[in-house]
Design a protein around this ligand. Structure first.
Ligand code: PLP
Length: 354
């Protein structure tokens, strides 16, 4: 697409780039100099702008604050060895954002605004895209209702914005997770497939209970019987059982992760058997005990692949095998990194260079 949309841009006179300590970055805390903002009013998106990163003013009756009409996305930009900046699968994020918007009675964001806003913002803050191995610029598009009105109905006005933050090399500790058999993240027919803010708010408490008990995250199970695995924390989840990549099939209660989609595609490219189906907790526990389960990992943009080392089940901890250099989790992470940094060919057209 040509860069036809000229977005009025107000650049900062006080860049914070020199204060950035790339070696000590806490995820989501250090924001780049600029943000993209566009407002929805009278049935259309109006007045797109790029502005210095800064606070918003909202009505105390803002309906996102009261009733939760708020959705978001998460994706990353990478700087490769030639200094080019690439973004991973942004059109997939746009499509998912609009799926979330529909579920939450919010207006769709047009492709041109999303993609041009993203590109022009990242171009302007290009120096904020780190280039060391395993670093990236995390991009957070989000939309929220802006009506100042306490009536319960879809807002008539909205704001869409994009903010970004550099993220350092994430050497994730292997995860300790436990099955959640009381609380639910989402139910069939609910809004679990949408990336809406409320899903996260409701997950904090059960997650905190698990963390107090020494785990990092939960393995969510289905809402009606707590028998089938759904996701792990805020990630999708997959297992290698007997050499087959097994992952819960998508449903209205599972978020359709773009990293998940990419991992499944790479496994299929490699000729590996892939099964998307219901995965019972008991199946995973039996496979751990009889040695057929060799790997379990979370999948999502923030960490890409998060290997699981311990699974808690009915009060007992079960230790998973250690990863080897040959493990699928390691190989697929490398394959994704190679595509994102241009080391390997982008055969599925996942990369958008800006
Ligand atoms: C965002 C998200 C994921 C991962 O999606 P990606 O597109 O791979 O980042 C998985 N589960 C939940 C609940 C999420 O919100």
């Amino acid at each position: 697409m040509l860069d036809t949309l000229a977005i009025p841009t107000q650049t900062t006179s006080a860049s914070r780039l020199s204060q950035l300590d790339l070696a000590n970055l806490e995820f989501g805390k250090h924001f780049s100099d600029h943000m993209f903002v566009v407002d929805y009013q009278d049935g259309e998106w109006q007045n797109p702008q790029i502005l210095p990163y800064g606070d918003f003013t909202v009505s105390p009756a803002n309906s996102a604050l009261h009733y939760g009409q708020a959705i978001f996305e998460g994706l990353k930009a990478y700087k490769n060895e030639q200094g080019a900046i690439t973004i991973f699968r942004p059109y997939d994020n746009l499509a998912r954002m609009n799926t979330s918007a529909e579920r939450m009675c919010m207006p769709a964001i047009p492709e041109e605004l999303f993609i041009q806003g993203l590109k022009q913002l990242v171009r302007l803050d290009a120096e904020w895209v780190p280039s060391a191995p395993n670093t990236a610029l995390y991009i957070r598009p989000f939309m929220f209702a802006t009506d100042g009105m306490l009536g319960v109905r879809p807002s008539e006005t909205y704001r869409f914005a994009i903010i970004t933050c550099p993220v350092g090399a994430f050497f994730g500790k292997p995860l300790r997770v436990r099955f959640e058999e009381k609380y639910v993240r989402s139910a069939e027919g609910g809004a679990g497939f949408a990336k809406n803010a409320g899903n996260y708010g409701a997950a904090l408490y059960p997650t905190k209970l698990a963390q107090d008990a020494g785990y990092h995250q939960l393995l969510w199970t289905d809402a009606s019987q707590h028998r089938f695995i759904e996701e792990s924390g805020t990630m999708n989840v997959a297992f290698i059982i007997n050499g087959t990549l097994v992952t819960p099939a998508l449903s209205t209660s599972i978020l359709d992760g773009i990293t998940r989609r990419s991992v499944l595609q790479i496994a299929r490219d490699w000729g590996m058997p892939v099964e998307e189906r219901k995965v019972a907790a008991t199946e995973v526990m039996e496979a751990i005990q009889n040695g057929t389960l060799t790997e379990a990992f979370g999948i999502g943009t923030a960490v890409t692949i998060a290997p699981i080392t311990v699974i808690g089940y009915q009060g007992q901890d079960y230790l998973l095998p250690e990863l080897t250099s040959d493990s699928f989790a390691r190989r697929v992470l490398q394959a994704l990194d190679d595509i994102r940094t241009g080391v390997a060919p982008d055969t599925h057209n996942w990369i958008v260079t800006i």
